[in-house]
Design a protein. Structure first.
Length: 351
């Protein structure tokens, strides 16, 4: 199974009722004669799966997509390739670390034998799979990446998704082993990818097609630094402060002695009572770090009905849980550039 949102896959893949997986009639806007040409290679840079950016556009080919009114970004038109056919694409450098995939668009239908149709349990539906054919070599950081995907025979150069296409995504296990900031390549196997007449992709279009995984980043703090320091958020005292990243993290990489926690009278208070930080994992969320105080009462992360300010001292950082993974310096991360200040409510014991 691929490491990608299954609901999105089901909505766009060859997940069809029994007997409905034959190729559609050749569309007039496709080009059935000649070898299958690679028009675009797109990379997802959005965890929700509605944004695909071109990392390659075939120059000099008027069949490639330009302005796509059908919305490559949900709800709006998008310029996929430049209108100037002499211009290529700018390499994608921000593929979402734990939720990216690639799409290779062709100018004609491929031989459908490139994929296997796997029955979906407890239904009469099938899901496409490239696990056996392995039509590409996917590599990140110089290491081959295990993947699956499907062949989508529908679409053209103005649809979302663009098509016909091969959808390629790392497996759920493989995607967690790729360091943030990695350079990646996609190489096509011409002997595997053929059109319905048996013609292979031209060797000159095998690639490599290049893109990069986004650097490691801090996505959010909960509670976030207040926009108005006179109106800090009020949180339950049993809830820790949670920092969420775009990759799985090594919780032990954050040194608690470099996390300053002060109990204050207001967010503007520069003094206050110091507390020792406790750093822990968030249950079932390997991308987050929890911060609490060591002297909090049982079942609480902080004392009730208090105000706290959290800042990070020089050297405070969180690293990816693999080597050589990325690192986020918490002293410069934009999400926590301002101090995290919040108030705690009265503790409400669970019923």
């Amino acid at each position: 199974m691929i490491g990608r949102t299954q609901g999105y896959l089901a909505a766009t893949a060859c997940v069809l009722s029994l007997g409905a997986c034959s190729d559609p009639e050749e569309r007039s806007d496709l080009r059935p004669s000649g070898a299958p040409e690679v028009l675009t290679v797109l990379i997802s840079n959005d965890a929700s799966g509605v944004n695909e950016l071109a990392t390659f556009c075939k120059t000099g080919d008027n069949k490639r997509p330009g302005l796509v009114p059908a919305a490559i970004t949900a709800g709006a038109e998008a310029q996929v390739c430049p209108d100037d056919l002499t211009m290529g694409a700018t390499e994608v450098e921000d593929a979402v670390p734990l939720a990216w995939y690639a799409r290779v668009q062709f100018d004609e239908l491929l031989n459908p034998d490139i994929e296997d149709l796997i029955p979906i349990a407890d239904s009469d539906l099938f899901q496409g799979s490239l696990a056996k054919s392995q039509p590409v070599v996917l590599s990140c950081g110089g290491v081959n990446v295990a993947y699956d995907g499907y062949y989508n025979p529908s679409g053209n150069n103005i649809t979302f998704p663009l098509g016909p296409s091969l959808f390629i995504a790392p497996t759920a296990d493989a995607i967690t082993t790729i360091p943030t900031g990695s350079d990646c390549t996609l190489m096509l196997k011409a002997e595997v990818i053929k059109d319905k007449d048996g013609q292979p992709v031209p060797a000159t279009q095998a690639g490599p097609y290049t893109f990069k995984i986004a650097p490691m980043d801090l996505l959010a703090a909960d509670p976030a630094p207040p926009k108005d320091a006179t109106k800090p958020a009020t949180v339950a005292p049993e809830d820790p402060v949670v920092l969420t990243f775009n990759a799985q993290v090594d919780v032990t990489s954050l040194d608690p002695t470099l996390v300053s926690i002060r109990e204050v009278t207001s967010c503007a208070d520069t003094a206050g009572t110091a507390h020792t930080a406790v750093i822990s994992a968030v249950d079932k969320d390997a991308t987050s770090v929890a911060i609490s105080i060591i002297d909090a009462p049982a079942m609480e992360s902080f004392d009730q009905q208090k105000t706290y300010v959290i800042t990070f001292n020089a050297g405070a950082q969180v690293t990816q849980d693999i080597a050589p993974g990325g690192t986020v310096d918490l002293t410069t991360a934009s999400v926590v550039k301002k101090p995290i200040c919040f108030a705690t409510a009265k503790f409400a014991p669970p019923e």
